[in-house]
Every structure is written in structure tokens, then in C-alpha cells.
Ligand binder design. Sequence first.
Ligand code: FES
Length: 143
Amino acid sequence: MERKQFLRSLGAGAAFAITFPCLQGCSSDDGEGPVIPIPEGVDFTVDLESAEGAPLAENGGYILKNDIVVVKNLTGQFVAASQICSHQQTDQVRFIESNGGIFRCSTHGSEFDQNGTPLNTITNNPLKIFNTELNGNILRVFE
Ligand code: FES
């Protein structure tokens, strides 16, 4: 059977599905997870004395909350960045202690400094960084 004849026998829908499997961006079909919007309108608090805030007691510790990576960096400063990567919007951004402390997305390996500046060529899009403010034991994360 010729290819054309084969495709005709499948019908137009099946032929389209075979020919253009990735028109939606492939993100949900390629095992990398869904595309997630980068957080907006962020304004929340973390009680550093609570179980939720406990990982922030140590330099290099971080928590994930509301799609934000909240970090106590290696010099004891609080930093918050989008957990949603600026490359293809997976939620795999984490803080790692390499190079003085950077953000890294495990999906394709994008890395960002603590200001959100890309450190490799996987993406030129900066990682969104949020403000932090400490009042007693309450850490506020906001835009
Ligand atoms: S989605 Fe994060 S590196 Fe590609």
C-alpha cells in the first residue's frame, strides 16, 4: 500500500494526528509535565517558627509555596523565585548550593543567579524574582 493510500484509508483525522503530533507544544505529551503560568499577584507569609518554615532555619534551605521557591541563601538572606521555569513553564525550579547558590530547573537544566539572570544558553528569559520582607518570625513574599 502506498503512503498516500494508507493515510487516505485512515481518514483525515488520523492522518493529521500522525503528521502533526506536537502542534500543542508537546508539553503534556512529552513527559515533561504541563505548562504552568508564571505566578502573578504573589503576596503571602511564612511563619519561620512553624513546621512549614522550618527548612528556612538553615542557610541553603528552601520551601515551595504557591509556585514560589522561598530560600534562605548561603549567606543567610531570604530570596524568592518563581518555581515555574521561564524556559517552558514546568514547575521544576529549585535552589541548589552550587556556585554560591543558584536556581536550577531540572527539566532541561536552565540555571539562574539569585537575581533571575540566566546562567546558560537554554533560555534567555529571566526567572521571575519576588520581594521578601522579614518582620519578627514572619517572612512576607510579595511582588
Ligand atoms: S522548562 Fe526549565 S529548563 Fe526547560
